[in-house]
Design a binder for this molecule. Structure first.
Ligand code: UT7
Length: 332
């Protein structure tokens, strides 16, 4: 059986930096509160007319393809994780495929929010292990800033979520015990409404109306406390599950790359697992929570900063809307 390894990664962040001080001109918040509760100092917001989910994903993908040392024409499948696609229909995978000049290959969209990239990586891993594809482009890209409620009412989520894109090329190898060792996927729909965007839902007579728009149902709604409490438990569980599947423990981890939800969540998980600072990668301070993009952006930056070396044991872990949560254990 083949194994699948991350042959290259890339990322793109929109140019526009939005500081906490700038947010405090839009809503009743302040830098001290945001830094203390989330660790975020600044984030990136897209520029309308310049950035799209597709254009950001294209830049991240081209960097990943270059770093993987493959030709664009060698990509034989695309999996695109996003909950903020450029169009309602079709998905973003085909839009990226067109931009990369890869018309004809398959393109799949994944809508698992903050866990989307790990779910997408897991799907790609199965296709490679069964020999179906050789080089799969796995992307996470989001524009969240256009759907945030930037009034006082929406401030708890408006200060967290942001925009960005990351991508990896997952490649088949014959080397044993290398690449993705296993992936672990979970969800619990009982909590679907704890973090959701209700509209434009399909199960109503009229999908979009003046009344609905003014009701705020198109904005992201989050029960921050519930998300926080579940996240710290599920992150810990799903990381231990991945390690236990290979008779390994937290002490064997070279790098944990958690979904960048909130710095306090990452620090809580780090403490529960007894990990040192150098065993955990965080960049939420600069980019906020970019949903499906956080993990591929972090992989790309960790590689650039030489935080990952060949043969390192790396764990990716995510938690978010659904609730859904997931991990991937990788021998680099
Ligand atoms: O990928 C998964 C995505 N989501 C998450 O990871 C979110 C997880 N949850 C969180 O990160 C935290 O729950 C938040 C950062 C969203 C909120 O932090 P918290 O410590 O749970 O605060 P809280 O909701 O309990 O609110 C505490 C106070 C409230 O004021 P009162 O009622 O005590 O007077 C809020 O109204 O903080 C107030 N508050 C704010 N103040 C200034 C809420 N948001 C803000 C804000 N600026 N942006």
């Amino acid at each position: 059986m083949k194994n699948s390894l991350i042959a290259g990664a890339g990322h793109y962040l929109p140019e526009r930096i939005v500081t906490n001080d700038e947010l405090s001109t839009l809503m009743n918040t302040n830098d001290a509160w945001i830094v203390e509760r989330t660790g975020i100092k600044e984030r990136r917001w897209f520029t309308p007319g310049k950035d799209t989910v597709t254009s950001m994903a294209k830049q991240a993908s081209e960097m990943a393809i270059k770093n993987a040392g493959v030709k664009t024409s060698e990509i034989d499948f695309i999996i695109f994780a996003t909950i903020t696609p450029d169009y309602f229909i079709p998905g973003n995978g085909v839009l990226l495929q067109r931009e990369l000049g890869l018309q004809g290959i398959g393109a799949l969209d994944v809508r698992n929010a903050c866990s989307g990239f790990v779910y997408a990586l897991s799907i790609a891993d199965q296709y490679i292990k069964t020999g179906m594809y050789q080089n799969i482009l796995v992307v996470g890209a989001e524009i969240q800033s256009s759907a945030l409620d930037k009034s006082d009412e929406g401030r708890s989520s408006a200060v967290i979520f942001a925009d960005g894109a990351g991508a990896v090329v997952l490649q088949a190898t014959d080397e044993p015990n290398r690449g993705i060792l296993s992936t672990h996927l979970h969800a619990d729909g009982d909590y679907a409404e704890e973090l959701y965007v209700k509209d434009p839902g399909s199960s109503r007579e009229v999908r979009i109306s003046e009344d609905l728009i003014h009701s705020g149902s198109f904005n992201l709604k989050m029960n921050g406390n519930a998300v926080f409490k579940h996240a710290v438990v599920r992150f810990d569980e799903v990381i231990r599950e991945a390690l236990a599947a290979h008779q390994l423990g937290p002490e064997n981890l070279d790098l944990l790359i958690p979904h960048q939800a909130n710095l306090r969540i990452s620090q809580f998980v780090q403490a529960k697992l007894g990990l040192e600072d150098e065993q955990v990668f965080n960049n939420i301070m600069h980019y906020g929570n970019t949903t499906a993009a956080t993990i591929p952006v972090a992989i790309s930056e960790a590689l650039e900063q030489q935080r990952i070396s060949p043969n390192d044991l790396v764990c990716l872990a995510a938690f978010g809307s659904g609730f859904s949560w997931a991990s991937a254990l990788i021998r680099w």
